[in-house]
Design a protein around this ligand. Structure first.
Ligand code: GDP
Ligand code: CA
Length: 313
């Protein structure tokens, strides 16, 4: 049994690699909910949807997000009617948002809804939100506090990043399936995917009980760095680091992940490769996942590293 902690795109890529090398049912992917928001009366969970579409092989590779073979009649009409068009909702995608919102209103948990959708998409691994309770990231910028999607989509991460709050995190409870997996004696490894450490992994670790469960882990925990050549492969991770006065690289992960990871896999060209920071070893590998083969290759490297670090029972 393996637990992966994931945000959206970077998280989904490695989670898909892990799913590809493990047996059905051996992987539990716990996904960030800090990006979730309410829009046009719908509860939208972008990271859960990215992970679900990717593991189902339904993700649109060209666009880089959303579901493939998407159509946009809803958005076209919404625009004509004068509705908000800054957040794209494809027709196929919309069915899932409507179904999820309806079930949440009827009192179903996000865990149950996420698992039912995953199963309906043919996914044989477990995907859970890190919490069934709402956690909403609020980004502090030079233009003031912005709800996450206002910062990320509407303002395209242009405002200068000053900090982040995870609203609701203090009272959020970890998803029971995640806590059970983290405390399961059969757990073999925990993998923190190469997701944005501030926007994706931060809100996940802010849910009380998650970081504590990682600190008392018996299984090794490996993080994979999202930085290659001092840049993010995609998204604002490097820009945010620079705006915080931190050099983008694996070493930047040592502080936020101190006490919860045993080793960080970073790219060969990372300046920290081969060093030990805050007691965490930075181990070099080829961490770019170009395609499915690259995803599975990196997944095998992460699992092999975890196996090497496993303590005898
Ligand atoms: P988001 O929620 O969609 O923004 O996605 P995540 O937070 O899960 O992932 C974003 C991070 O994934 C970025 O910082 C990228 O650098 C990283 N990423 C994407 N593809 C790769 C890859 O092939 N290799 C590595 N190491 N990182 C990647
Ligand atoms: Ca995200």
């Amino acid at each position: 049994m393996i637990v992966a902690l994931a945000g959206g795109v970077g998280g989904a890529r490695l989670a898909n690699g892990l799913a590809g090398v493990l047996q059905p049912g051996e992987l539990l992917v716990a996904v960030n909910v800090g990006d979730d928001f309410e829009h046009l009366g719908l509860t939208i969970c972008p990271d859960i949807d990215t992970v679900t579409y990717t593991l189902a092989g339904l993700n649109d590779r060209e666009r880089g997000w959303g579901v493939k073979e998407e159509s946009w009649a809803f958005m076209d009409t919404l625009r004509k009617l004068g509705g908000p068009d800054w957040f794209a909702l494809g027709d196929r995608d919309l069915a899932k948002h409507v179904l999820r919102t309806d079930r949440l209103r009827r009192g179903d948990t996000l865990t149950a809804i996420t698992q039912d959708i995953a199963r309906a998409c043919g996914i044989v691994q477990t995907i859970v939100p890190v919490s069934d309770d709402p956690v909403r990231s609020i980004v502090e910028t030079d233009e003031g506090a912005l709800p996450f999607q206002d910062y990320f989509v509407r303002r395209r991460c242009e405002p200068v990043f000053r900090g982040i709050r995870y609203e609701g995190a203090e009272t959020a409870r970890p998803a029971p399936a995640l806590l059970a997996a983290l405390d399961d004696p059969a757990l073999e490894a925990i993998v923190i995917c190469p997701s944005n450490p501030v926007l994706s992994i931060g809100p996940l670790l802010a849910v009380p009980g998650i970081a504590d469960a990682l600190r008392r882990r018996r299984a090794p925990c490996i993080a994979v760095s999202p930085f290659i050549g001092g840049e993010a492969v995609k998204g604002p991770a490097a820009k945010i680091m620079r705006e915080l006065g931190i050099a983008p690289g694996a070493a930047a992960l040592a502080k936020p992940y101190a006490g919860i990871v045993d080793a960080i896999l970073c790219d060969y060209d990372d300046p920290g490769a081969g060093t030990t920071m805050d007691g965490i070893r930075l181990i070099a590998a080829d961490t770019l996942m170009r395609d499915d083969i690259g995803q599975r290759r990196l997944a095998r490297v992460a699992l092999a590293l975890a196996a090497m670090l496993r303590k005898p029972a």
